[in-house]
Design a protein around this ligand. Sequence first.
Ligand code: CO8
Length: 261
Amino acid sequence: MSDYETLLVEQRDAVTLVTLNRPHALNALNSKVLEELIQAFRAFEADDSQRCAVVTGSGDKAFAAGADIKEMADKGSAEMYKADWFSGWTEDFTRASRKPWIAAVNGFALGGGCELAMMADFIIASENAKFGQPEIKLGVLPGMGGSQRLTRIVGKSKAMDLCLTGRMMGAEEAERCGLAARVVAHEKMLDEALEAAATIAGMAPLAAIANKEAVDAAYETTLDAGLKYERRLFQVLAGTEDKAEGMAAFVEKREAKWTGR
Ligand code: CO8
């Protein structure tokens, strides 16, 4: 356990488990959470023993019910524009680590909570999870990527439905439209996420980063540029010790031993 005000961070073998820990506010995301998440992810990135992370919410009710409305309520446009409000989430946080991480969504993932979950490499949701972008009900719109990431993931029609009506979407619908990779019984959800993370942590570390970068590139580039990028990454990995080990282990019918080189 480490010393954060708004997070619980623990290492379970090669998996870092980060729990958003403001249950009294349904884990609403304030500036302290952002600061500490960046800190925790930088530590995760720097620690070679850690290969995959899981982010979840404390309590039984919420992953995160959004950006902290009480913190934002008095802030005007001059103040927000000057501070480039929310840029820390979309830039500093997402760049804090290149390693894979999973959002384990245990309840409400609304507004910034849904946006944080979408920053993860994939989402494993409890059957109780509820996703939504209800910002329109506050007279605003998503500010941490909801209108952009959600649209890329679920398509225009569903994204418009969620952003314009502000309604919540259950876990089954989220899985059906590709937002959640898996839906699991509530009490088993965290174990399933930790197990998936342990599986990823058991892969060759550079291959894990390259797979993540290649899939992410599909959202940023043309198909032609993406295919070229994927090929180049493959060629780079071809020169690694882990590629030689992985292929030798297959031929020799044994477990591979990765070095991360
Ligand atoms: N920020 C701050 N506190 C929150 C938030 C939040 N997003 N969500 C819940 N809380 C607090 C509540 O105020 C309450 O605190 P208290 O006991 O001190 O009154 C406590 O958490 C428990 O919440 P509820 O009593 O409301 O619990 P319910 O089970 O009745 O309802 C809901 C749960 C439906 C999740 C409800 O809490 C809710 O609707 N929350 C807000 C969801 C939301 O609108 N999220 C989007 C936030 S905005 C955002 O993320 C992007 C930026 C938008 C800019 C806005 C500029 C003004």
